[in-house]
Design a protein around this ligand. Sequence first.
Ligand code: GAR
Length: 206
Amino acid sequence: MTGAKARITVLVSGGGTNLQALLDAQSRGEIPHGEIVLVVSNKAGAYALTRAEKAGVPGVVVEKKKGEQKDFEDRLSALLKEYRVDMIVLAGFLAILSGDFTARWPRRILNIHPSLIPSFCGEGFYGLRVHQAALDYGVKVTGATVHYVNEIPDGGEIIAQKAVEILPGDTPEILQRRVMEQAEWILLPQATELAAKTLTERSTQQ
Ligand code: GAR
């Protein structure tokens, strides 16, 4: 950490509504301890990149080819170094990061997951599949979780959670939207500010 604000990169793979929530919160002054300096997508053409461009934030594609891990992470690491990134937010980023990578960023990577961890999480649980699993199980309450990222998929320390009701007639799509509106878009900016504040305080103590 070199400045008073944590330099944040947001990693995305798709539509980027959570990225949008972060950008909007930032423009309302709700992330005073951080600054979004870079958006990285592992998918070319992700709409999240258009959102970054509209907000005036650089957007870069770092593609992960099939079976590739180390080379992908080396390219990503070089980019993060170039932008002097302090903190990473995974916002709908659907590629897995290796334990080697996450170990280099202790308590500096956040992820949002669309369920109440430890339910419906871990490898294979992403996007609509998470909501389908909640509906199949028949739980009456679900929600979203923001957590630090370690080597275990969705296994790091929990920062914040918010519950959302499941209603009769819900489909995965309807439920996904409710979880985003009532939990994800509120929780992710709040947790990002909290983590950025913690990080800036940690580094001034060093
Ligand atoms: C969000 O619901 C996010 O929680 C989920 O993907 C969606 C991305 O939407 N992430 C995962 O499932 C990670 N395991 P967005 O691109 O509109 O933010």
